[in-house]
Write a protein that binds this ligand. Structure first.
Ligand code: SAH
Ligand code: SF4
Ligand code: F3S
Length: 449
């Protein structure tokens, strides 16, 4: 039996998406409320928590290799508590696998584990033996948990949890459970509070925010929620609202109109397309065709000409041949995305696509992603060049790493803008004339009138 002397400090390492980053802010909030202090690194921590991701195998491998390194640290510091939580733990059989392969892990908990943390830490220290606490459903919603936010200008706010879409390649619905929405009043209260605390931007999080409200009794949908948040406290407090991620399938005309009419909701549309071939989109269970998608892009640009549109694209889904891949390239040319996150399809055990015929070789996948990135980079540069000469609103986030005396912030389209200015502007919105463009950022001058 391990002796755990009173732990005092903690350190959390997070993998994966913004939802996970935000979950870690809740884990940190819980640990703070239990009287622990945050340590800068694992060396100074009595409790080390890994908040994990399993969307691709690379994410899992990072966790396994970190656990290997933590084993050596724990040999020197046997009283240290190591916990593994989040999406990876939630997979069937994973808790047992972690226990077997990494006996120095003291605690395994799932995606809904934050609320139970005091109890779980108490069990580990009391029993001195490992605790496996993954619940088969990560369901329910815990309100009013403390949140310790990382940043001071932008705040993440979860508006719903889970996903019911079951895209055939994706593990998320299995580890995050069914879709469930927070009550609008709770979200409005949280956002209003963030405004009072000095936050300028909120990012509303959900695996598919367009489904917001479908499971609630109140007749509110995502557009309705945006309208309520947009009206909140005039021009004080939160001045920008972003959201992610929205599914192209249920992005209604009404939603585009709401965004066009609102002051605070930014004109940035992140719409993961995944593939440009109808045959592949069908096999992915995405629920739209390339024509539907391009029509959506057309409508957005018609109503909001300066909107930026970004996407996620995957290459090498089972059965993807040259002509399917050419359809993806063609869609990218037509949609002219401002930028794309590109991924190589990775088999996730337990998902329907894992057992499909026609798995594509790694060599072909690599060649395709390189071709896709080359095309996207060319278009991104062209799109950024179109911004030159424009006057834009920039929310200043901090000093730029690109050089002394430079500030960096985001324009409403979510592009980084670098310009000369003093630190007193951090946290403020300023007008900037765009004068230059690179692949990953724009440059400009502050307008003083
Ligand atoms: N709910 C969001 C995000 C899902 S995960 C959405 O629907 O857009 C983020 C991205 O990871 C996805 O958009 C997809 O492009 C990619 N992804 C998901 N599963 C994958 C897999 N098995 N292999 C490769 N990429 C994957
Ligand atoms: Fe995964 Fe599809 Fe849900 Fe996104 S919408 S989380 S890709 S199942
Ligand atoms: Fe990964 Fe879970 Fe997010 S699998 S991408 S951390 S929802």
């Amino acid at each position: 039996m391990t002796e755990f002397h009173h732990p005092q400090t903690y350190h959390i390492i997070t993998f994966g998406c913004q939802m996970n980053e935000h979950d870690s802010e809740v884990l940190a909030g819980m640990l703070d409320s239990m009287g622990f202090y945050q340590a800068d690194g694992v060396e100074g921590a009595d409790i080390v928590l890994l908040n994990t991701c399993c969307v691709r195998e690379t994410a899992e491998n990072k966790v396994f290799s970190l656990l290997g390194r933590l084993r050596r640290l724990k040999e020197k510091k046997p009283g240290m508590i190591i916990g593994v939580g989040g999406c990876m733990s939630q997979q069937e059989g994973m808790a047992a696998r972690i226990r077997q392969g990494f006996p120095h892990v003291d605690l395994v908990f799932g995606t809904g584990g934050a609320r139970e943390l005091p109890d779980l830490i108490g069990k580990v220290t009391g029993r001195g033996s490992p605790v496996l606490a993954v619940r088969p459903d990560s369901g329910g919603i815990a309100e009013k948990l403390p949140v310790k936010r990382k940043e001071g200008i932008r705040a993440w706010v979860a508006i719903m949890y889970g996903c019911d879409n079951f895209c055939t390649y994706c593990i998320v619905p299995y580890v995050r459970g069914r879709e469930r929405s927070r009550r609008p009043e709770d979200i409005v209260e949280e956002v209003a509070g963030l405004g009072r605390e000095g936050y300028k931007e909120v990012v509303l999080l959900g695996q598919n925010v367009n489904s917001y409200g479908k499971d609630l009794d109140d007749s509110i949908d995502f557009a309705g929620l945006l309208e309520r948040l947009d009206k909140l406290e005039g021009n004080r407090g939160v001045v920008r609202i972003r959201y992610m991620t929205s599914h192209p399938r249920d992005f209604t005309d009404g939603l585009i109109e709401t965004i066009a009419a609102s002051d605070k909701v930014c004109e940035h549309f992140h719409l993961p397309v995944q593939a440009g071939s109808n045959r592949i989109l069908k096999k992915m269970n995405r629920g739209y065709t390339r024509e539907n998608y391009l029509e959506l892009v057309r409508k957005i640009k018609e109503l909001i000409p300066r909107a930026t549109i970004t996407t996620d694209i995957m290459v090498g889904f089972p059965g993807e041949d040259e002509s399917d891949f050419n359809d993806t390239l063609d869609l990218v040319r037509q949609a002219r995305f401002d930028s794309s996150y590109t991924f190589i399809y990775n088999t996730r055990p337990g998902t329907p696509a894992a057992s499909l015929e026609g798995q594509v070789s790694e060599e072909v996948k690599k060649a395709r992603i390189q071709e896709l990135i080359k095309l996207q980079n060319k278009i991104s540069l062209e799109r950024n060049r179109e911004e030159e000469g424009r006057e834009q609103e920039v929310l200043v986030e901090g000093e730029s790493k690109t050089g002394p005396g430079l500030l960096a912030g985001k324009n409403r389209g979510n592009k980084t803008v670098v310009f000369p200015g003093g630190k007193e502007l951090i946290g403020r919105t300023v007008r900037v004339r765009i004068t230059g463009s690179r692949l990953a950022h724009l440059t400009g001058w502050q307008l003083l009138h």
